[in-house]
Design a protein around this ligand. Sequence first.
Ligand SMILES: [Zn+2]
Ligand SMILES: [Zn+2]
Length: 281
Amino acid sequence: LPATGLSFAVTFLVAVIAFGMLGLLAMAPALRTRRHSRAAVCDVCRRNHRRWVAVSGALAGLTLVGAGLRLAPLEPTVPVCPVTSISSGTSQGDLRDNREDGVGPALHRVLTGPVNGLAIAYARWQRQTLCDAHYPSTTVVLIPYAGSKCGGTFGDVFVTPCPNIDAWWTQNVARHEAKHSDQWAALTALGGIMTLPVAYAVDESMYPSSLNHFEEAAGLADGEYPPPPIPRPGPRPWALIMWCLVTVVVFRTRLRLLFRTVAGRPRSPAPERCGRHTPGW
Ligand SMILES: [Zn+2]
Ligand SMILES: [Zn+2]
């Protein structure tokens, strides 16, 4: 492979590993060409491009480390969680032995693998107890200080401070957490390993607890959340204002360019600057 072909292949892989389908989209030839032509004339674009390369590299590195930890046979098997009895007929289907067969579960494991690797490695490093819930590939980690609520899911790894994993838990909480692990898989495919935590945090800031859309989708009752108040309140005003301000700051140069276009005040680019990074409104 010629050097340019190799560097393209590496850049392409880094973008897709770091940002999933959004990374794939960003590598579209038209967008790449536009980025490169802007970076050729503009200092700020060049600096921003270097920053994106650094962020992509760090995220791709984290993802690959997680995948490596997942594949490394540190301990061949995790013991099955001490679930005493299963009473619900509906959960029997989820406990079938071929639960990991097929394209869907395989794709799910590939997508959640890096997060699982990082979470399990962290739990082992903290010398915490691990067990297999025998519910679609869920591994349970018992961490006594994991917060006041009854735990959270990282990929397929459920971190919980509650030591009693009984039949009720398997039927309800495990079903809830399995949906969170599907959310991890879907959002990792969309935008990489950090998409779910970021989207969840943004949603939680505006719609806390029972109003959180990820919790609602995973089943509030199964996750031990109270039902949401009626009428359903809107987003918290402070969080909405904060995210609007963040959006304006992030997109300020685009807004400036848009403003100039709408106002019919074209400016010729300043030296070493593209139109977007030319100062003035
Ligand atoms: Zn620029
Ligand atoms: Zn939940």
